[in-house]
Design a protein around this ligand. Sequence first.
Ligand code: SF4
Ligand code: SF4
Length: 90
Amino acid sequence: MALMITDECINCDVCEPECPNQAISMGPEIYVIDPKRCTECVGHFDEPQCVQVCPVECIPIHPEHQETKDQLWAKYRVLQGAATAADPKD
Ligand code: SF4
Ligand code: SF4
């Protein structure tokens, strides 16, 4: 499942650097999560790091991007492969 940021976000900036997949960025008004890059932290951490640090608890599961653990692992592997392809030295 990808997560999403609701309009309760107060733009406190703490989640963006915590994301291991660079899935979080500043949107037009509040921070947004790219569902193509969010693995719910699968592959990196046991718990979603953005949820852990968000002070206003505004990061629920995205209702339109519900995925199984297997699908999240597959997404993680694709992202890792893309990172390796982008920099062969990694
Ligand atoms: S759950 Fe993990 S991968 Fe998804 S946006 Fe939050 S920190 Fe990034
Ligand atoms: S941690 Fe929560 S309130 Fe802060 S920018 Fe991220 S989503 Fe918004």
